[in-house]
Write a protein that binds this ligand. Structure first.
Ligand SMILES: [Zn+2]
Length: 407
């Protein structure tokens, strides 16, 4: 029992400290992926653009911009832009291209949405100090109700992790989404910082397995339940975040970030956590409590969910196609390796045949010819290789395997 526990601890330590192998993409590969004919360096950022989209990367920074919205990268880009030797993490290229840009609008799906107003009961969440004391739990419940009303108006099914001032455990929140078989889970929160000037909106989805969260330095974890939806999480997080940023141009866009919060890693459907603004910022608190602002914020979250609902089918198709391509590539690689192995076997066939013939002969029952056995063995060792050698050398790999199987 004790050894098992120590082994479990070791596994957990190895999982959290295992080095992630980063695959890189060059400028040229990124150009092709984003459908650009040329990327530009404007002295501060590398810009990829085509008729519909613009993507900016800032060398030496994890902060990037997709169609004007801040998206934090999983991998810090590397290299020197001036000589073209600059590299972007393949995982970020995939998430931006597939999880954000590829999905086009289609017929919106009628989703079952689980809304999760943060905190409740004895857990008041963040608490403002000025201009008055106010608990996060009230704001999150009011806003969730407003979002839910908009979704229901549009025909979507809505359930809540709480509808009154009750404390709900985190695993009960994730469990509620699983039991209800919800299509998506949206957790609503307001932020807090010791710096009273901090302001703006940030939206979180789970970080991919093995990659650090945002901000950098937070602990990387192994594969979590939420990682099964990495692409859908990105699509949902980006669409809600971009709508929230659009609604209030004066509020800083703190970005689509990644963090392994409990409700993001333990929820089995696509999940997102929004931090709509800072209770610790007195002027932002007053703004957030205005009924018009709350209405607009609810509209924005609902619009982001509608955007997701109209793109989710296209994303699922794109991910399926990507996985099929990867499967075909792996299959081709295995076939090639089999071919190389077969060629190596073909080169050693004459020697191998001699040895096999010896073994076969040695295994013959001695009663047939006990006296002459030794002589025959010698003959077989010296001769058969001449007969077999030409056919084996010229044969295709399959025929060589056939040859052995007939033996
Ligand atoms: Zn909170």
């Amino acid at each position: 029992m004790r050894i098992g526990f120590i082994a479990l601890l070791c596994c957990a330590w190895l999982q959290s400290h295992a080095q992630t192998v980063v695959h890189w993409r060059t400028l040229k590969q990124a150009e092709v992926a984003f459908g650009c004919t040329n990327c530009l360096w404007d002295g501060d950022s590398i810009l990829f653009s085509n008729e519909t989209d613009t993507v900016r990367f800032y060398p030496g920074r994890r902060r990037a911009s997709v169609n004007g919205n801040t998206v934090w990268l999983n991998v810090l880009p590397e290299g020197n832009v001036s000589n073209g030797d600059w590299r972007l993490g393949a995982i970020d290229l995939d998430f931006i291209k597939l999880g954000i840009l590829t999905a086009t609008n289609g017929e919106p799906k009628q989703l079952h949405v689980m809304l999760d107003p943060g905190h409740g009961g004895v857990d008041g969440g963040a608490q403002s100090k000025a201009p008055f004391v106010f608990s996060e739990k009230h704001l999150t419940l009011d806003l969730a109700r407003l979002v839910g009303a908009r979704l229901e108006e549009a025909g979507m099914k809505v359930t809540y992790t709480r509808t009154n001032d009750l404390a709900i455990a985190l695993d009960d929140r994730s469990g509620a989404a699983r039991k209800a078989k919800a299509d998506i889970f949206v957790s609503i929160h307001a932020n807090f910082s010791p710096n009273a000037q901090s302001s703006g909106t940030e939206t979180f989805v789970i970080n991919p397995a093995g990659y650090p969260g945002t901000p950098e330095g937070s602990r990387a974890r192994g594969f979590q339940i939420g990682n099964a939806n990495d692409y859908l999480n990105t699509l949902l997080g980006y669409n809600i975040h971009s709508r929230l940023v659009e609604m209030d141009s004066k509020a800083p866009d703190r970005g689509l970030k990644r963090q392994s919060f409990f409700v993001l890693r333990e929820t089995s459907c696509p999940a997102v956590l929004v931090e709509i603004g800072f209770l610790s910022n007195p002027s932002e608190l007053l703004k957030m409590l205005e009924p018009e602002w709350m209405d607009t914020c609810a509209d924005s979250i609902a619009e982001g969910i509608f955007d997701y609902a109209s793109k989710v089918d296209a994303l699922n198709v794109a991910v399926r196609e990507k996985r099929n391509r990867e499967f075909e590539l792996k299959k081709a690689k295995v076939e090639k390796e089999k071919l190389v192995a077969a060629e190596k076997i073909a080169k050693v066939v004459p020697v191998a045949e001699t040895n096999i013939a010896t073994v076969v002969q040695a295994e013959q029952p001695e009663q047939d010819a006990p006296v002459t056995n030794t002589v025959e063995k010698t003959v077989i060792e010296e001769k058969p290789a001449e007969k077999i050698q030409p056919a084996a050398t010229n044969a295709s790999p399959e025929s060589i395997f056939d040859f052995y199987s007939k033996k």
